[in-house]
Design a protein around this ligand. Structure first.
Ligand SMILES: NC(=O)c1ccc[n+]([C@@H]2O[C@H](COP(=O)([O-])OP(=O)(O)OC[C@H]3O[C@@H](n4cnc5c(N)ncnc54)[C@H](O)[C@@H]3O)[C@@H](O)[C@H]2O)c1
Length: 522
């Protein structure tokens, strides 16, 4: 934008020829910039993913999907029903009672109505697409589904019950997918008589806007089932990565350390708005404080202990999170969080409504027993504290065999969580900055803040060998193991060999215009 303004200024000051010269100079500078290189790489990564079936065996093909069943017509279920019907797929939507189903159907209809209002869809198209969604409170119509996706409450016993009910009325080629955001798929599959058909399809909210789908496979998942889920995700318009099973999969796990670090910053007295401003100016679409209010403080507090039980010290949350939950703060949904909402926000903006649209709730500091220290930490340090936690965890996930390639790790962070696209994702970021420098920064945080900053073994190894992550998969070696326990391989099978990534700059792309929305996600 600055360069465009330079060109316009040159035109205003010195005329047409001067502006052409300024434009040529600016283009020349930008086209060889790091930002341009990262966005071109991202374009090639997404192009390669479009051609990737999600499995390494080229003889495996996806089964056709004409009908899906959606169990749970809540926030996520309605979104998945929308993206599926929009792709021309019949959806059997099931919930426990009429009112829940009605809410789900209304949510789907509302998304279509919005598109008609924006003239992106004709009323006839709207009716045809909406007619693809039928509703039920029993198991009728489930038997003919090619894939059943469940998005009921995050409760393992309930998910087991749903799985058994579904398997009782479906055949051996029906894929069962869970949209869980934290439960390992292997645990869900324990209730299955056909674990080869069970996998995770982790959508992000709001489903109709967020571009990523994370497909999670266990060592028992059949390659045809994986390929079928990946093909469905692509038809739904998603960029799909396939990851191995483990607590928090890939995205939830790396987001966990990022959010945790933000909570530590708050506990140290860094003001809420300074944390968010620092991360937004580093390139994130939304800061972690605003994000936790959107996702739900209660949801974060629920996932935190699960992560800590699996990963120990480095996921230990500060006491602040529990204090917020005990005070009944859930975030935007109950209008009580780190920011002010509703009448309180209106009051804080003053009688003429001139104050900032989003104001932190000052009572948070009293509740936490923290004295805010404005300006005590630089924006760079704040951004590094949160981002390097995420990067270090991405490298742990790589070492644990969760990812098929650094490419998928970058795509997952950018498209699922909003990692700044022009910085290329966690793996590109390390490759660009150099593993030695990243390790130096992580170690200096470890000296000051202790065990949660222990560098990932893959980072230490990369700093020692000088190898870059991108390209590592092409040398034929499997991922570097970070611990004796390879979480994605709990059932004994080897992780699929990492994928070959295509690369090499050629032309700038749609990726360079890509917007990652900052809306609610987990
Ligand atoms: N909300 C998010 O941001 C998000 C993101 C990714 C994944 N998820 C996961 O998706 C799942 C659903 O989350 P949500 O936010 O849509 O929850 P929600 O509360 O909005 O919806 C859950 C729905 O499941 C229905 N349900 C409960 N028991 C049922 C049963 N026995 N049979 C049929 N329907 C039943 C409920 O009536 C409700 O409509 C959870 O596992 C959650 O972890 C949520």
């Amino acid at each position: 934008t600055e360069r465009i303004i330079d060109v316009l200024e040159a035109f205003a000051a010195d005329g047409w020829k001067a502006s052409q010269d300024a434009e040529a100079r600016a283009f020349g500078e930008l086209v060889v910039s790091e930002t341009s290189a990262r966005l071109v790489e991202l374009f090639f990564a997404t192009t390669a993913l479009k051609k990737d079936s999600g499995v390494d065996d080229p003889t495996v093909t996806a089964r056709p999907v004409e009908r899906i069943a959606m169990i749970g017509a809540g926030f996520m279920g309605a979104g998945i029903a929308y993206v599926s019907s929009n792709a021309g797929i019949s959806v059997r939507l099931k919930d426990q009672d009429g009112p829940a189903l009605a809410r789900g159907l209304k949510a789907v209809a509302d998304i279509y109505a919005g598109r008609v209002r924006r003239r992106a869809l004709t009323p006839i198209e709207q009716k045809l697409k909406l007619a693809l969604v039928t509703a039920t409170t029993d198991t009728s119509g489930l038997g003919s589904a090619d894939i059943v996706i469940e998005a009921v409450f995050e409760d393992i016993a309930l998910k087991h019950r749903i799985l058994r009910e579904v398997e009782a009325v479906t055949g051996p080629t029906t894929v069962f997918a869970s949209n869980t955001s934290s439960l390992p798929i292997g645990r869900i599959a324990e209730a299955s008589a056909r674990p080869e058909t069970v996998l995770g399809m982790h959508y992000f909210s709001p489903v109709h806007k967020m571009p990523l789908l994370e497909v999670i496979v266990t060592p028992q998942t059949a390659p045809w089932a994986t390929a079928t889920a990946v093909a469905l995700g692509k038809r739904q318009g998603k960029t799909v990565i396939v990851v191995n099973d483990g607590v928090g999969f890939y995205t939830t796990r790396i987001l966990g350390t990022y959010m945790n670090e933000a909570a530590y910053l708050l506990a140290e007295g860094v003001p809420v708005e300074e944390i968010d401003r620092a991360l937004v100016s580093w390139g994130w679409p939304v800061g972690p404080m605003a994000l936790i209010d959107e996702v739900g403080i209660d949801v974060a507090a629920h996932v935190g202990p699960i992560m800590q039980a699996a990963f120990g010290d480095r996921m230990e949350p500060p006491a602040t999170v529990r204090k917020l939950v005990d005070d009944g703060r859930k975030g935007r949904k109950n209008e009580r969080g780190l920011y002010l909402y509703g009448a309180a926000a209106k009051k804080a903006r003053g009688p003429l409504g001139r104050g900032p649209a989003k104001q932190p709730d000052p009572s948070v500091y009293r509740l936490l027993g923290v004295t805010p220290r404005p300006g005590a930490m630089t924006p760079e340090e704040i951004a590094m504290r949160c981002t390097l936690q995420l990067v270090n965890e991405a490298l742990h996930a790589w070492g644990d065999g969760i990812l098929r390639s650094p490419r998928d790790g970058d795509i997952g962070a950018i498209f699922g969580l909003g990692f700044p696209p022009f910085r290329g994702g966690p793996f590109r970021y390390v490759d660009q900055l150099g593993a030695t420098e990243v390790l130096r920064r992580v170690r200096s945080f470890e000296d000051r803040h202790g065990k949660r900053w222990t560098p990932a073994p893959a980072l230490v190894e990369a700093a020692k060998s000088g190898r870059k992550f991108h390209g590592l998969e092409r040398r034929g070696g499997g991922p570097v193991r970070s611990t004796g326990i390879v979480r994605g391989r709990r059932h004994g099978a080897a992780p699929p060999p990492p994928v070959r990534s295509t690369g090499g700059p050629r032309i700038a792309s749609r990726a360079s215009r890509m917007q990652v929305t900052g809306e609610r996600r987990t």
